[in-house]
Write a protein that binds this ligand. Structure first.
Ligand SMILES: *Cc1c(COP(=O)(O)O)cnc(C)c1O
Length: 366
């Protein structure tokens, strides 16, 4: 079976984890600091603040913006549930803007259409590793005096306009096991704002600046040195990891172009896609349902995934809640029924990629 993700570490990770173990300093310490500095440099920001997971990094980012109850965060309906849960946990109200089928992301135009008097934060999600159009979105935010929180959980190193995801606002990253860079569980917030970075560091550590001096009621959001030890070497290797993902995506697209009813994903002009997922759309023209494609790929030894099977609010638990304001999203509603993610990870061989393409061609032609 060709898996949809592979989690694999090298000798550098083993060595650094052992060093941390042997040092006895396994909670937040010097390795977390080193991981933060390396990540900040990779993204091109002044500050990176490590936390215990990506959901926390979203909650913390909204938290430091000091919203009032009823203030709205405008985000994508086509995302992982953590995006919505974080807005609710931070005590804000969630509203949604439709996406574009070109990059699966919200756009400046859809966000603008979703603005209300209560909108305080624009929260684009850089889905599958392609950054949203942050050049246009940040000028919208500037013109309306809105904050930006980027859900860049899937987009480490993605870029537009020569700037990385996580530099256009508060950037929120995840290092969950399947993400492009992983520490098992982990998260990072990036910012150029010295004051926000300072507040995030205080909030992360029980609100404490000096020992037993509490400035605010804080949290335990800390990352451990064991996690950081796993993450540090991956930053050094990350260019190679992305290059492999990009080459795999290119080979898949070359093969899939022209297959009836299969729409391959595109890297839009001026953007650097880091291919966390390679997600095709299976349209009606395929003459076979997406669910059949999944089953038949499985029979041919190809794992695939549906990210995500429903729009984020489309569950009983969110419907009817006053903090979740639901409208209609024609593009997202269509796309959610069409998407199918194929393996694109760096451990695929050219033969694997060709087998994925040949399998899809045979399934659609049958
Ligand atoms: C993974 C993910 C998160 C949450 O990250 P965790 O580290 O799993 O808490 C948030 N948003 C998106 C889009 C994600 O893919």
């Amino acid at each position: 079976m060709i898996p949809i993700t592979v989690v694999e570490f090298g000798e550098d990770e083993e060595r650094l984890v052992l060093e941390a173990l042997k040092s006895g300093g396994i909670a937040q310490g010097p390795r977390v600091k080193e991981f933060e500095e390396a990540f900040a440099e990779m993204i091109g920001v002044r500050h990176a603040v490590a936390v215990n997971n990506g959901t926390t990094s979203l909650v913390a980012s909204i938290d430091v913006l000091d919203l009032n109850p009823g203030d709205e965060v405008l985000t994508s309906p086509f995302t992982f549930v953590a995006t919505l849960n974080a807005i609710l946990e931070a005590g804000a109200t969630a509203r949604f803007a439709d996406i574009s089928a070109d990059d699966f992301n919200v756009t400046a135009a859809t966000l603008e259409a979703g603005l209300t008097e209560r909108t305080r934060v624009l929260m684009p999600v850089h889905l599958y590793g392609q950054i949203a159009d942050m050049v246009a979105i940040s000028s919208l935010a500037d013109s309306r005096g809105l904050a930006i929180v980027e859900d860049a959980a899937q987009a480490h190193g993605a870029a537009i306009g020569g700037r990385s995801a996580g530099t256009y606002g508060l950037g929120s990253f995840s290092f969950y096991a399947t993400k492009n860079i992983t520490t098992g569980e982990g998260g990072m917030i990036t910012t150029d704002d010295d004051v926000l970075a300072d507040r995030l560091r205080i909030l992360r550590n029980q609100g404490m600046r000096a020992r037993y001096q509490y400035e605010v009621a804080g949290h335990n959001w800390r990352m451990t040195d064991l996690q950081a030890a796993i993450g540090i070497p991956q930053i050094g290797r990350y260019d190679g990891i992305v290059a492999a993902r990009r080459a795999n995506a290119k080979r898949l697209t070359a093969g899939l172009e022209g297959i009836r009813g299969i729409v391959p994903p595109r890297e839009l002009a001026g953007r650097r896609h880091v291919w966390h997922q390679y997600t095709i759309r299976v349209t009606e023209e395929a003459g076979v349902s997406r669910e059949e494609v999944v089953a038949k790929l499985g029979e041919r030894g190809v794992s695939s995934g549906i990210y995500y099977p429903k729009l984020v609010f489309d569950y009983e638990t969110y419907r009817g809640r006053p903090e979740v304001i639901i409208d209609e999203y024609p593009v997202a509603e269509r796309v959610v029924a069409e998407v199918l993610s194929l393996p694109v990870h760096p451990h695929l061989t050219p033969a694997d990629l060709d087998h994925i393409v040949a399998s899809l061609a045979a399934i659609v032609d049958a």
